[in-house]
Design a protein around this ligand. Structure first.
Ligand code: NAP
Ligand code: GCO
Length: 269
């Protein structure tokens, strides 16, 4: 009898996870490694890359980190071939995870600040996808996973640039899926809900009196699962979208959000 779990194996695959030195990117990289992939990851800070390599190694994961900025096309076009040389083969799985957020009211956000978020969270994913796609086409296929967000669907105050970028990333996912499906490249997205990482730490800080941050309480109330997600909650979906188990899944965003998107809000008692 066939073992269905074989369809989730990533043995022999090379995965590149952007922003893999901590947070969601590190959890996704660990998941892909546990499924058999060899891991390349990047970030802009060399010290964090070095620390991350030690953390991966302590888990038995031989991940190699590279210091480059996904918004700098010349750096991307230097490092992707270097990764392919180091790993002895082209990138099979790209996870566009690297991203930032700026929480500033629209009337106070500068155009430069707006552009910086768009540049990293949206244009960076385009630059990375454009860099790996030719080799995927030549090889006969590949996987691209874009880390979108609840803000690909919903808005909230002070995150206009981020929501615009993540909404755009949803549509970039769908469009590249259409353009590259004939080459057996599946392009999909994961939409995490509110996940406890450094990016959301300011929203969870304990108040001076030891009480929970008001936003923390707000998210708990808006989440049917009544908890923040953790990066590990994204591991299974990552392996699914990176493996042959999803070979007929194209242009989909899978929301891993504890039910937030399905929820109208707690009804009055
Ligand atoms: P995080 O803790 O802030 O980590 C972001 C990662 O991206 C870091 O490794 C950072 O490393 C890297 N990075 C940022 N800009 C980069 C650039 N220009 N080039 C290369 N690397 C860059 O964020 P996170 O919470 O793990 O989130 C990861 C992704 O999930 C982001 O796209 C975020 O928008 C998305 N997301 C997060 C949540 C959440 O609740 N946490 C929910 C939905 C979606 P360096 O700064 O060293 O470069
Ligand atoms: C915020 C949060 C969110 C999460 C995530 C939700 O300020 O609202 O940072 O944007 O990061 O994107 O899915």
């Amino acid at each position: 009898m066939e073992n269905i779990l074989n369809k989730f194996s990533l043995q022999g695959k090379v995965a590149l996870v952007t922003g893999g030195s901590y947070g969601i990117g590190m959890a996704v990289a660990k998941a892909l490694a546990y499924a058999g992939a060899r891991i390349a990851f990047n970030g802009r800070r060399a010290n964090l890359i070095e620390e991350a390599e030690k953390e991966y190694k302590a888990l038995g994961i031989d991940a190699k980190g590279y210091v480059f900025d996904i918004t700098k096309e010349e750096q991307v076009n230097e490092f992707v071939p270097q990764i392919e040389k180091d790993f002895g083969g082209s990138v099979d799985i790209l996870v566009n995870n690297a991203g930032i957020i700026k929480r500033i009211p629209a009337t106070e956000m500068s155009v430069e600040e707006f552009r910086q978020v768009i540049d990293i969270d949206l244009t960076g994913a385009f630059i990375m996808s454009k860099a790996v796609a030719p080799a995927m086409i030549k090889k006969g296929g590949g996987k691209i996973i874009n880390i979108c967000s609840l803000m690909s669907e919903l808005g909230r105050e002070t995150v206009c640039a981020y929501a615009a970028a993540k909404g755009g990333l949803k549509m970039l996912t769908r469009n590249l899926a259409c353009e590259w499906a004939e080459y057996n490249i599946q392009v999909n997205g994961i939409g995490p809900g509110y996940i406890a990482t450094p990016q959301t730490a300011p929203l969870r800080e304990r108040q001076a009196d030891g009480s929970r941050h008001p936003f923390d309480q707000f998210i708990i109330a808006k989440t049917p699962a009544a908890r923040w997600g953790v990066p590990e909650d994204l591991m299974g979906t990552s392996v699914f979208l990176a493996s042959e188990a999803s070979n007929f899944v194209n242009g989909q965003i899978i929301y891993v959000d504890g039910g937030i998107l399905a929820y109208i809000g707690k009804q009055p008692k």
